[in-house]
Design a protein around this ligand. Structure first.
Ligand SMILES: Cc1cc2nc3c(=O)[nH]c(=O)nc-3n(C[C@H](O)[C@H](O)[C@H](O)COP(=O)(O)OP(=O)(O)OC[C@H]3O[C@@H](n4cnc5c(N)ncnc54)[C@H](O)[C@@H]3O)c2cc1C
Length: 422
C-alpha cells in the first residue's frame, strides 16, 4: 500500500486506527436515510456522529433487545458498583472527544496511579508482569519475532516468543490463548498492517499527547466514569433522544443487511451493520462475570493493583480485576474492596467452583458480596482475521468490535471516521 493516503493531521486525530480498514459502502454518504443495526456503543456513536453533523439525514437504530448498550452495562447494589464488561478506556483522542462532546468531562477520571501492577498466576505462583518479563524473553528474539510478523496473518503466539506472557496478554484483552488470536487485528501497529504514517510515528505520538481534549492522560493510565460505563450509554441515548432526525426501535430482529434493506425499503448502501454477522457459538468465548466484595481486613494479602490473569485451564477463573483499586471513584463501601471475576464457560466451573477457587487465589475468608452480575461473549479473532476483510464486498457498511478492533476506543474512532465520509 502507498504511504500517503492520510495526512499528518489525520494521523494526529486518529493515531494508528488509520491502519485498520474502514468497511464503508462507497455510496453510504449519498443516503438521505440510514439504518443502523445494533444499539451497542458502535451503533449509538455512529448515529450520534452522523446525526449531529448532518441533521438532514434521517437515522433509524434497530436494536434486537429492549435496551441499548449491548456489551456495556453497569451493575450496582447499595454502594457496590461494578461494570459487567467494559470498565475503562485506554487513552485515545476519539474517546476523549466523545466524552467532551457529550458533556461528561466532570464525571470522567484517570485511573489510580497506584493500581497498575498486573500479575500472572502460573503453577500456583503469582509473578508480576513488568518490563523485566519482556526482557527475560530476550530482546533480540522478541525483535526477530516482531519483524517476522510483518508478513501478516500471524498469531500473537508467533510474535511474542514467551507463551505465558503472550497468553496473559490475549487473555487480558479477548479471553483467549495467544495461538488463537490474530496479531494484525490486536496490534496492527506492531505488525505494521495497513498504511504507514508520512512522518516518524514517535513525532505523531508526541503531537497526539499534546492535543488531548479534557486532560492529557498519564502514560499507562486508563480512564473511567464515576457511575460506570453505563454513564456513556445513558448520555448517548439521552442526546439521541433530543435529536429530531434519530429514532431508536427496540426488539427488532434482523438476520442480515439485505433483509433490513428490503423491509425498510432502503438501498443496501444505506445500511450500517453494527452487530455480529455470520458468527456461530464456537466463534466466541462465553464468560460468566461475578462481583466479589471483601472487608479490607479480610484481604490484606492481596496488594493494590490492576489484576491477575490466569492462563491455567484447570482453574475456573481466567481473570481477577481489582475494581475498587483501579478507579479513582469509589466502587465499594468504605473499608471494603471489590473484585470482578471472569469465568470462561469452557473451563466448566459453576458458581461453587468459582467461589472455591477464590479461597485459594484471593482470600480464605468468606466474601461479603458474591454475585453473578452477568454473562458476556467475546468474539474470536483467529489468525488471518484482519486479512479476510474483503475490499470488494462493501455493498453495505460494517462496524463495531467485530470489525474495528476489540476496544471501545476502536469503536468510537471508527464512528468518527465513518461520519467524516458525510
Ligand atoms: C467482559 C468484557 C470486558 C470488556 N472490557 C473492555 C474494557 O475494559 N475496555 C474496552 O475498551 N473494551 C472492553 N471490552 C470490549 C467492548 O465491550 C466492545 O469494544 C464494545 O462494547 C463493542 O460495542 P459494539 O457496539 O461494537 O458491540 P456490542 O456491544 O456487542 O453491541 C451490539 C448490539 O447489536 C445488537 N444486535 C446483535 N445482533 C443483532 C441483530 N441481528 N439485529 C439487531 N440488533 C442486534 C446487540 O443486542 C447489541 O446491542 C470488553 C468486552 C467484554 C465482553
Amino acid at each position: 500500500m502507498c504511504d500517503s493516503l492520510f495526512t499528518v493531521e489525520d494521523w494526529v486525530r486518529y493515531g494508528d486506527e488509520l491502519r485498520r480498514p474502514l468497511l464503508v459502502a462507497p455510496k453510504l454518504s449519498q443516503s438521505t436515510k440510514v439504518c443502523i443495526v445494533g444499539g451497542g456503543l458502535s451503533g449509538l456513536s455512529i448515529a450520534y456522529r452522523i446525526a449531529t453533523k448532518r441533521p438532514d439525514i434521517e437515522i433509524e437504530i434497530l436494536e434486537r433487545t429492549e435496551r441499548c448498550g449491548g456489551t456495556i452495562e453497569t451493575w450496582s447494589e447499595g454502594e457496590w458498583l461494578c461494570d459487567v464488561a467494559v470498565n475503562a478506556a485506554r487513552p485515545h483522542h476519539s474517546f476523549w472527544r466523545l466524552v467532551k462532546d457529550l458533556g461528561l468531562g466532570d464525571v470522567f477520571f484517570e485511573s489510580n496511579p497506584e493500581a497498575t501492577s498486573r500479575w500472572l498466576l502460573l503453577n500456583n505462583k503469582k509473578s508480576r508482569l513488568s518490563l523485566l518479563t519482556a526482557l527475560k524473553m530476550g530482546p533480540l528474539r522478541l525483535l526477530r519475532s516482531v519483524r517476522s510478523s510483518r508478513s501478516g496473518g500471524k498469531s500473537i503466539a508467533e510474535i511474542i516468543p514467551n507463551q505465558s506472557v503472550a497468553d496473559a496478554m490475549t487473555l487480558g484483552i479477548v479471553n483467549d490463548v495467544s495461538r488463537n488470536v490474530d496479531a494484525d487485528f490486536l496490534m496492527p501497529s506492531m505488525t505494521r498492517f495497513g498504511e504507514n504514517p508520512p512522518i516518524k510515528w514517535s513525532k505523531i505520538k508526541k503531537m497526539m499527547k499534546q492535543s488531548y481534549p479534557l486532560f492529557s492522560p498519564r502514560k499507562g493510565s486508563i480512564a473511567s466514569f464515576e457511575g460506570g460505563m453505563q454513564t456513556l450509554i445513558d448520555a448517548l441515548v439521552a442526546q439521541l433522544g433530543q435529536l429530531s432526525n434519530v429514532q431508536i426501535h427496540y426488539q427488532q430482529q434482523f438476520d442480515n443487511p439485505e433483509q433490513v434493506a428490503l423491509e425498510q425499503n432502503l438501498p443496501i448502501h444505506s445500511i450500517i451493520w453494527c452487530a455480529p454477522l455470520d458468527r456461530t457459538a464456537e466463534d466466541q468465548t462465553e464468560l460468566d462475570v461475578y462481583a466479589v466484595g471483601y472487608a479490607s481486613k479480610d484481604i490484606t494479602t492481596v496488594p493494590i493493583g490492576y489484576g491477575t490473569l490466569i492462563p491455567d485451564n484447570e482453574i475456573p477463573v481466567s481473570g481477577i480485576l481489582h475494581e475498587s483499586d483501579v478507579h479513582t471513584t469509589s466502587r465499594a463501601p468504605a473499608n471494603h474492596r471489590l473484585f470482578r471475576i471472569m469465568a470462561p464457560r469452557r473451563r466448566g466451573g459453576d458458581e461453587a467452583a468459582v467461589r472455591n477457587s477464590l479461597k485459594q487465589i484471593l482470600s480464605g475468608k468468606e466474601p461479603i458480596l458474591f454475585k453473578k452480575i452477568g454473562q458476556r461473549s467475546i468474539p474470536s479473532y483467529n489468525p488471518g482475521y484482519m486479512s479476510t476483510f474483503d475490499d470488494n464486498n462493501r455493498s453495505f457498511t460494517r462496524a463495531g468490535w467485530f470489525f474495528s478492533g476489540v476496544s471501545v476506543t476502536h469503536v468510537v474512532a471508527e464512528a468518527e471516521r465513518i461520519a467524516d465520509k458525510f
